[in-house]
Design a protein around this ligand. Sequence first.
Ligand SMILES: [Fe+2]
Length: 286
Amino acid sequence: MIELRDIHYVRVGTRDLDGAQKFCTEIVGLQAVERTKDRLYLKSDARHHTVCYFDGDPGDHTVAFELKDWTQLGAALERLQSAGVPCGAGTTAEAADRHVEAFIWFNDPTGNRIEIVARPHDAGKRFFPSRDAGLIGFGHVGLCTTDPARDQNFWMSHFNTMISDWIGPCPLLRVNPRHHQMALFASQRKGIQHINFQVAEIDDIMKAWYFLKSQDVRIVFGPGRHPTSGGNFVYFEGHDEVIFEYSNSDRNIVGDLSNYRPRQFPLHPTSFCMWGSKPDIAEFRD
Ligand SMILES: [Fe+2]
């Protein structure tokens, strides 16, 4: 089993790095920590960065997880290779670009590119938000899948992934006690479905809702509350139509896991929002 510690970063292509920087700093509240002619690194917590925009196809997305034991990176690659999974080792230059000591990559059955990183760089400086959005860190991604049952099986077969809950056929997955670091949502496409940042409290959700409206940002879901994680949330559409989410989900699954039973919610808007907000997001509709 490949043991993952947590989700670590996302990489997203764009033809407009200036636009991405403007939205992520002025609206989302991330800190731009490094900018080159073809890279933009954005920080949300103690890590060097949690979002990297690169000059490229806006549909080109990568999600990275940190390996729990950095000595097992080679063994993880061998396991994926022997299972016939498209995969490879990152070069020294590619690792430097990601601000990690080493990494491997693979494609999940949908074709999503996933990276597993070893010894990712922390930042010497603390997070200094570009606006007071209440950000406390990178939380999770929604990832598109063309076959939720197949991809759930893939993750359960090779990784320390656990199912926290299902909405319809779509699993909310965790590799640590936080309710989910990744949710697989049925779609006709591959790629990131939404990027979540955690905020401190419900006040931050509601302040964001008023702020986003004042800035004419398209709110696509919420404010509301997830019955799964228990978090309050608001989703909004950002640069290149990437969907961002703020939530304050604090549900941890701890204790005797043999007694934990993932709950099955129907594929219905009430499973995404117990307050009655209706999602304007294709993958959240029944
Ligand atoms: Fe989410």
